[in-house]
Design a protein around this ligand. Sequence first.
Ligand SMILES: O=C(O)[C@H](O)[C@@H](O)[C@H](O)[C@H](O)COP(=O)(O)O
Length: 266
Amino acid sequence: MALPGVHRDRGELRIRESLEEICTDLADYIADLSEASVKERGVFAIALSGGSLIALMGKLCEAPYNKTVDWAKWYIFWTDERVVAKNHADSNYKLAKDGLLSKVPIVPSHVHSINDSLSAEEAADEYEFVIRQLVKSRMVSVSDISDCPKFDLILLGMDSDGHVASLFPNHSALDEKDRWVTFITDSPKPPPERITFTLPVINSASNVAVVVTGESKAEAVHLAIDDAEPECPSLSSRMVQPTKGKLVWFLDEPAASKLGSVQFCE
Ligand SMILES: O=C(O)[C@H](O)[C@@H](O)[C@H](O)[C@H](O)COP(=O)(O)O
């Protein structure tokens, strides 16, 4: 049985027994945020990650969501992207296009992926410029605290090393405070070159959801959510602390199996 749980200052935990339950809960959560954002702002600015997240979003391609979500109002971004051709197997754009964007009536001009003909540094600079233009036109809101873009929803996965987006443990990119989009050329997880949202952008979002499944992530989930342990590496998953936005963790039971005491509330 699914029980919503609130875990001190690390956001709301939604621990589900099965992937099926996570997929349904995630689709409802995204559809509800889309409806609220379109009602309030006329648009829904959402940033996707790579990995298993896209498959876990799959119910959005099915009834009722495929017919009830106002897809034409969606503006799509990526929290991180590998600097490879957009038709390359490693591309997060390709992953999302094949698994979601090609199956729902998204407006092609609303899809903002990186320019794959540029270097990592140039692609990061240009991606940030595009976002700055959309903030200027108010397609993407702006945080009244950080002057960063305030995405309506940022969706993150988390790897077993505890990284979200392409913000890897102990990497200098974790310390970037001024740029909205930065780049790395030494990713410990291939491919080496990537662009990524920085933590100030992630933490300026109205809503952040971290979607994590599988036993292999249990230790990283514990380190990301429970009270800090001595000698814990600098993990971006632990640094996801939205300034004013809401943080929700979607976890299956195996991924949540090493969590400390969780206060459940009705
Ligand atoms: O480009 C990437 O690699 C992703 O954006 C990355 O941050 C991903 O979300 C995690 O590695 C989790 O991936 P899995 O869900 O597939 O484990």
